[in-house]
Design a protein around this ligand. Structure first.
Ligand code: FEO
Length: 168
């Protein structure tokens, strides 16, 4: 059975994912405004992935016969002190999303909702990858320090990231 409690918690996650998309779109536009097109591209791919995450939750709720209630999306910041600051905030945000997934899984377990637990597994695995990617870029930005050359080299690399839609 799909409980109202589980429905509401998953519905809230739709909003969390849309906020994530909004945050990364804002970061993309900020990177673009300071001339770092590769970083902007990386964040744009991230934005698209988050939109996909939001829609995965949306479709799952519908597939269980639940109700969707779209909630207001919080306004994200529009400026960061440096690329390193933006990526530290990205990691912090992803750690928050990981906590959301863990809380959702705890609730599904408590309610003995196996299909939801199964659905959440993809996101739990995805969060490991998301946090790893952010930590990797933070580490490199810390090594680069103030070197403009280093930033431009990383910018060129991040320009290569391509959005690949999920097929399932
Ligand atoms: Fe939808 Fe970045 O987690």
């Amino acid at each position: 059975m799909f409980s109202k409690k589980m429905n509401d918690a998953l519905n809230k996650q739709v909003n969390e994912e849309f906020f994530s998309a909004y945050l990364y779109l804002s970061m993309s536009s900020w990177f673009d405004s300071i001339g770092l097109k590769g970083f902007a591209n990386w964040m744009m791919v991230q934005f698209k992935e988050e939109m996909e995450h939001a829609m995965k939750f949306y479709s799952y709720i519908q597939s269980r016969g639940g109700d969707i209630k779209l909630l207001a999306i919080e306004e994200p910041p529009s400026k960061w002190d440096s690329p390193l600051h933006a990526f530290k905030e990205t990691l912090k945000h992803e750690q928050h999303i990981t906590q959301c997934m863990n809380d959702l899984a705890d609730l599904a377990e408590e309610l003995k909702d196996r299909p939801t637990l199964n659905f959440l597994q993809w996101f739990i695995d995805e969060q490991v990858e998301e946090e790893e990617n952010d930590r990797d870029i933070i580490q490199r930005l810390e090594l680069i320090g103030e070197s403009k050359n280093g930033i431009f080299m990383l910018d060129r690399e991040l320009a290569q990231r391509v959005y690949t839609p999920e097929t399932d």
